[in-house]
Design a protein around this ligand. Structure first.
Ligand code: NAP
Length: 288
């Protein structure tokens, strides 16, 4: 039977360190939250992130705009926070309504306040292995989770199922870097990949990031592999609405050496890295 990697406990440790670093500061770090429209999932994510901010001493700034807001208005609001010295980080909750160009929004956020790590400047720095940017929260959270759980990455074959810009692609870029806690051999699979089962079975570390409930079954996992489940899917379980991952936990857990649960695995790490990026931004700003 595998060991469960407790993402909640690891995230809590990181949050305690952040709270300790913030507690003596006279000006507290500030994080601005942009929410456009009334999507309940987005509202929940922002609520959770704001709660964690409060716990560690980061000030939240709210910018809630209606679904019908023009792109021009949204960009001008972002500009205000770019200029505001009490704001160290700007987070625009995705997805945005279809009439707004997400790339225009991402490129309007000042790269030095882009604590989500989505600005092309920060994506470029990540690819180059240049440390002056921000790494995106979920993929960096996976790397930190593996490191805290003392799972070797160097030289291992990591298979990532999913090639999105926010999870799969950046995770591949991070884990293949010639740097500490990286140096993996990475394969990225997607919906058009042939022989997916065989590729997954060749993984020392298998990362499921596809958004397909319980897709990864026991016959897709090598015995003794490490399985990281990034998926967050709303599904009916025993008649109740619940959150399930991309891995069939009951079938896979007995086979692998380590596994992350959903919830309580990667999710809390994403928020911990957001807080950590906000503190990092504050420290860089103060050092100027
Ligand atoms: P996404 O943008 O929908 O991308 C899904 C990726 O999975 C795509 O590359 C897609 O391939 C691939 N895929 C889908 N079905 C597949 C299949 N049957 N076989 C192989 N590949 C398949 O999703 P995302 O934004 O990366 O999110 C992925 C999951 O992670 C979701 O459940 C999301 O809720 C969750 N998530 C969790 C966190 C967290 O904090 N824990 C953060 C972000 C996302 P194509 O490119 O070919 O379409």
């Amino acid at each position: 039977m595998s060991s469960i990697i407790d993402g909640t406990a690891i995230a809590k440790k990181i949050q305690e360190q952040i709270a300790q670093a913030i507690s003596p500061l006279s000006r507290k770090p500030g994080l601005a939250f942009f929410l456009v429209g009334n999507d309940p999932a987005s509202q929940t994510y922002i609520r959770m992130k704001k709660k964690r901010c409060e716990e560690v001493g980061i000030l939240s700034f709210d910018c809630v705009l209606p679904e019908t807001v023009t792109e021009e208005k949204l960009l001008s609001e972002i500009e205000k926070y770019n200029q505001d010295p009490s704001v160290d980080g700007i987070l625009v909750q995705l997805p945005l309504p279809s009439h707004i160009n997400t790339m225009n929004v991402m490129t309007t956020v000042d790269p030095s306040k882009d604590v989500d790590g989505f600005h092309p400047m920060n994506v470029g720095k990540m690819l180059l292995g240049e440390n002056s940017g921000f790494l995106p929260c979920t993929p960096h959270g996976v790397q930190v989770l593996l490191t805290h759980a003392q799972i070797p990455i160097l030289g291992k074959h990591v298979v990532i199922v999913g090639r999105s810009n926010i999870v799969g692609k950046p995770l591949a870029a991070i884990l293949m870097q010639k740097a500490p806690h990286c140096n993996a051999t990475v394969t990225v699979a997607h919906s058009l990949t042939e022989n997916l089962k065989e590729i997954c079975r060749s993984a020392d570390i298998l990362v499921a990031a596809m958004g397909s409930p319980r897709f990864i079954k026991g016959d897709m996992v090598k015995e003794g592999a490490v399985v990281i489940d990034v998926g967050i899917n709303r599904a009916k379980k025993n008649g109740d609405q619940s959150i399930v991952g991309d891995v069939d936990f009951e079938a896979v857990a007995p086979l692998c050496s380590y596994i992350t649960p959903v919830p309580g695995g990667v999710g809390p790490m994403t928020i911990a890295i957001l807080l950590s990026n906000t503190l990092l931004s504050y420290q860089r700003r103060k050092g100027k």
